[in-house]
Design a protein around this ligand. Structure first.
Ligand SMILES: Nc1nc2c(ncn2[C@@H]2O[C@H](COP(=O)(O)OP(=O)(O)OP(=O)(O)O)[C@@H](O)[C@H]2O)c(=O)[nH]1
Ligand SMILES: [Mg+2]
Length: 696
């Protein structure tokens, strides 16, 4: 059941580097709240959150998944997200709609590559956060060094609220430094713990941590700050209130240790979420765009305002069909009212709101400000759309999608696969807006693009398992083209005299180079009717058809002018067909004589990396025939601007990941065509000849 009072709602994204223990934590929270009676395990493939067969196959999360649970009168909407870098959009989109985040930090690894990225999202969307130092029971787990790492690399506003009791295998509980209460667990996975005071060996550390924390949280309240500086004793209640204000205002980010698989510290984390995280009413107004304009206005979290929500996720459930996940930012809506997609200008009927827990949903008739729910069968809604009520035309800015960086050409294995492909691709793209599919006329390739090799691997596997379509893949073809470097003339004469009526066509072409990217033009310079007007279009058609396959390696011939300047005809035997053939002969001869070359697409590429990786990235680009255009600072990172042939970039997503240990990212766009160097051109030509021989 959704909370009926927004002040009792908490919306939380669970984010981290891959494998830090988010899904295990979500499972322990669901267990502790009483909604599941047995705690599943990621490795046993039976957690609530990782329900997708692809997730279970790989024992990692792939999709964000909503795990709603009640706790002491509050409703917590917990979004478990995938940590692997290919799926970063599944962390970023939920962060856009929640009010707070739990950032998991693996106690044996500290701050990792993806931890920095999720921290950036926390700052970008200005959400409150708690750091959960997970796996405190593991060998080499080191809470103190994880704390130092967070403070040095992410924010010095992060301070321990709890300290671990025991270390590694003997980790058995947590101590609240503010209240001085300790919670010691049996360590058998049950949520049972014993409350006590401060263990002797933690007395000094606890008092030091408390001092640091109090000094920071009083910043949230001027009166309290004055009294604190005067040396007054502050009551527990006052400190609790100040702590909440400080977390809401992002003056402090509490750090809490735990071991989810042993269920140690999880209850304390849930209680901190309930006590300190903002409710939807504590949030500042959200920016929206007024009517059809780009003018910014503010949408306050007001239950009496018109209903407004944002769709941040679409999932295709094999049984229920399409589910659109929305977060309500103002007002309320019941199933009696239609919902209005402002972004699309379409009204749709709401059959039910589903409050989701993994793949299961319970139905509710009304949602209010702060709720996160899924709506079945909204056909027109995609991620980023604003859903509201008719008459309300303001919309939230769209959710920015990352551009794909990795592509594969795909081929149906059989005729049956080909027939089903269109539907499978449509379904899979509905769900995942970071996937793209396009057919390229240039190379005749059908290209599937996404965020990395793992992303495409999973997409292909889904296409196969869910939609029973088998696809082969290979590296996409480069869209090479052919052009000429000088002017040349040639004649094409087609003459056939066999029995009855013969064939006769005769044209003279002059080919001359044109600017790159300007295409192919045709010019009629015939004088005196040596080629009658009615055959000129046939000559042009013959040329254009022949130019689709150039003479060097069969790639389209482009960027030249073809002038027809002479020719002859025969009263009886000339025909359109004969002139078309003559034109194709003249094209081949004149193109061959005009110093033909192979040209290739060059990309503009922008690579964002930490300073220390710039050298390696530049060295690698040089090896790929890249040209560095410049290096610009971007915050703590550097952006390397370069141009590089497309042929060298098909696997760049994988290369960059290994060059920078996952810390780099890049985007690219087409720039222009350039001549292929002779040694590489030879390889392309040889390959084309081989294919031509095989086809014969
Ligand atoms: N010892 C120990 N192992 C843990 C703990 N939490 C998680 N693990 C293990 O760590 C591995 C990864 O856990 P997950 O919960 O899948 O981590 P995740 O952050 O959800 O991973 P992604 O979704 O792929 O980013 C699994 O094998 C868990 O059993 C913990 O507190 N202690
Ligand atoms: Mg997970």
């Amino acid at each position: 059941m959704a909370a009926r009072r927004p002040e009792d709602t908490r919306t939380v994204a669970l984010v981290s580097h891959g494998g830090a223990g988010k899904t295990s934590l979500a499972e322990a929270m669901l267990f502790d709240s009483g909604v599941i009676s047995r705690m599943g395990k990621v490795d046993d493939k039976n957690t609530v959150s990782d329900f997708d067969p692809e997730e279970q196959k790989r024992s990692i999360s792939i999709n964000s998944s909503l795990c709603t649970f009640p706790y002491n009168g509050k409703t917590i909407y917990l979004m478990d997200t995938p940590g692997f870098s290919d799926f970063y959009f599944e962390q970023r989109a939920p962060m856009r709609v929640v009010d707070a985040a739990v950032i998991a930090i693996n106690a044996t690894a500290g701050v990792e590559v993806q931890t920095r990225k999720v921290w950036d999202f926390t700052e970008e969307f200005a959400v409150s956060a708690i750091f959960y130092v997970s796996k405190a029971d593991k060998e080499h787990a080191d809470f103190d060094s994880a704390v130092k790492d967070i403070q040095a690399n992410l924010t010095n506003k992060a301070l321990p609220l709890f300290l671990p009791i025991g270390k590694e295998a003997s980790f058995k509980g947590v101590l609240n430094v503010l209240s001085g209460k300790s919670y010691t667990y049996k360590g058998d996975g049950s949520k049972d713990f014993k409350e006590g005071g401060i263990p002797d060996d933690l007395a000094d550390a606890a008092s030091h941590a408390r001092e640091q924390l109090v000094e920071r949280i009083v910043e949230a309240d001027d009166d309290l700050m004055a009294r604190y500086l005067d040396g007054d004793t502050l009551s527990d209640d006052e400190l609790q209130t100040a702590m909440r204000k400080a977390v809401v205002a992002r003056i402090v980010y509490p750090i809490i240790p735990g071991a989810s698989t042993l269920n140690i510290g999880v209850v304390q984390l849930i209680e901190a979420i309930c006590a300190y995280f903002p409710s939807p009413l504590d949030m500042p107004p959200r920016v929206a765009l007024k009517g059809e304009t780009e003018e910014e206005i503010e949408i306050a979290p007001d239950i009496n305002a018109p209903f407004m929500s944002l769709c941040f996720k679409v999932m295709v459930d094999p049984y229920v069909g399409r589910l659109s996940y929305i977060r309500a930012f103002s007002g309320k809506l019941s199933t009696d009212q239609p919902i209005y997609n402002v972004s699309k200008g379409v009204e749709e009927r709401v059959g039910a709101f589903r409050v989701m827990r993994g793949k299961e949903g319970t139905e509710t008739k009304e949602i209010i400000l702060g709720d996160i729910a899924a709506i079945p069968k909204l056909d027109s809604t995609v991620v980023g759309n604003t859903l509201s009520v008719k008459g309300q035309n303001n919309r939230f800015p769209d959710i920015k999608l990352p551009k794909p960086v990795y592509s594969l050409a795909v081929f149906p294995k059989s005729r049956a696969d080909e027939d089903k492909l269109g539907n499978a691709i449509r379904k899979i793209l509905e769900e995942d807006r970071t996937l793209k599919f396009a057919k390229y006329a240039d190379t005749n390739d059908a290209i599937l693009s996404g965020m990395g090799d793992m992303h495409l691997d999973i997409a292909l596997s889904r296409i196969k398992d869910r939609y029973k379509v088998d696809l082969d893949t290979r590296v996409p073809k480069v869209a090479y083209r052919e052009t000429i470097k000088k002017t040349a003339k040639a004649q094409g004469k087609y003459k056939k005299q066999t029995g009855g009526r013969g064939q006769y066509g005769d044209v003279h072409f002059e080919l001359s180079p044109r600017e790159r990217g300007s295409g192919l033009t045709f010019e009629d310079r015939v004088v005196g009717g040596v080629v009658p007007k009615n055959f000129i279009p046939a000559a042009e058609k013959g040329l254009r058809e022949a130019a689709v396959k150039g003479v060097i390696a069969g790639y389209p011939a482009v960027d030249f002018n073809c002038a027809i300047f002479d020719g002859s005809y025969h009263d009886v035997d000339s025909s359109e067909m004969a002139f078309k053939i003559a034109a194709s002969m003249a094209f081949k001869k004149s193109f061959t004589a005009a110093s033909p070359i192979l040209i290739e697409p060059i990309m503009n590429i922008f690579i964002t990396v930490p300073e220390e990786c710039v050298g390696d990235v530049m060295g690698d680009l040089n090896g790929r025939r890249g040209r560095i255009l410049g290096i610009d600072p971007a915050g703590k990172l550097q952006i390397v601007r370069a141009q590089c042939p497309q042929a060298e970039l098909f696997r760049y997503a994988i290369t960059l990941r290994s060059l920078t240990s996952g810390r780099g990212s890049f985007s690219m766009e087409s720039s222009h065509y350039e001549e292929v160097p002779p040694d590489i051109a030879k390889k392309v030509i040889d390959a084309a000849e081989k294919v031509a021989d095989e086809e014969e």
